[in-house]
Design a protein around this ligand. Structure first.
Ligand code: GAR
Length: 216
């Protein structure tokens, strides 16, 4: 059984999607937030999942926050640490400690639009397609090896909210899939630091998710 710890900062809908996927061989050991008011904590607690708060506001130095967070995580001995709308940048030591077992979801087609306000920036840029990316975390912000991406159209009349909602619905599909692949041991780095998904199907037509979801 693989132990998973999920970090959130707010709503926690991606965490809900991962919990709701009931991934065989995985146990959600804890959901931890850097904000006590994060709405997602109540969802996790209601399902009997351990919840914790390590408030960044309590620490004057980022290194001290990272150390406290790491201690709160490591009592659960996670095989995988999942950032699900976790809105703090983590330091290099922290990231290296979880190297190869730290996933993030980012609401853009990386390497386009790293950082914040991705939907507004996509609209301003006039891109025709937008999406989300699940990637392994490295010290480079939003720069680690990509596991899966999803593409959505940018439609005439879209605003930030409508585009965000279209992307979020797909985030809820690709993140549980990426976690499932990790738990199944199907993610491997190739020599160039890219991720190969063992046993992923290839599709004749360009799928909306690449590699395709098992259910596509
Ligand atoms: C999601 O859209 C996620 O991709 C994004 O925050 C949202 C969290 O929603 N993450 C980032 O922007 C990370 N830089 P959720 O709390 O409902 O999962």
């Amino acid at each position: 059984m693989k132990s998973i710890v999920i970090l959130i900062s707010g709503r926690g809908s991606n965490m809900e999607a991962i919990v709701g996927a009931n991934i065989p061989g995985a146990r959600i050991a804890a959901v931890i937030s850097n904000r006590a008011e994060a709405a997602g904590l109540a969802f996790a607690a209601a399902r009997g999942i351990y919840t914790g708060v390590v408030a960044h506001a309590d620490y004057s130095e980022r290194g001290h926050f990272d150390a406290a967070l790491r201690a709160a995580i490591d009592v659960h001995a996670p095989d995988l640490l999942v950032l699900a709308g976790f809105m703090r940048v983590l330091g290099e030591d922290f990231v290296r400690h979880y190297a190869g077992r730290l996933l993030n979801i980012h609401p853009s087609l990386l390497p386009a639009f790293p950082g914040l306000h991705t939907h507004a920036r996509a609209l301003a840029a006039g891109v025709r397609v937008h999406g989300a990316t699940v990637h392994f975390v490295t010290p480079e912000l939003d720069g680690g090896p990509i596991v899966i991406q999803t593409v959505v159209p940018v439609l005439p009349g879209d605003n930030e909210d409508s585009l965000a909602a279209r992307v979020l619905a797909e985030e809820h599909r690709i993140y549980p899939q990426a976690v499932r692949w990790f738990v199944e041991g199907r993610l491997a780095a190739d020599g160039d630091g890219r991720i190969a998904v063992g046993g992923a199907r290839t599709a004749a037509a360009l799928p909306r998710h690449y590699p395709p979801l098992d259910e596509d």
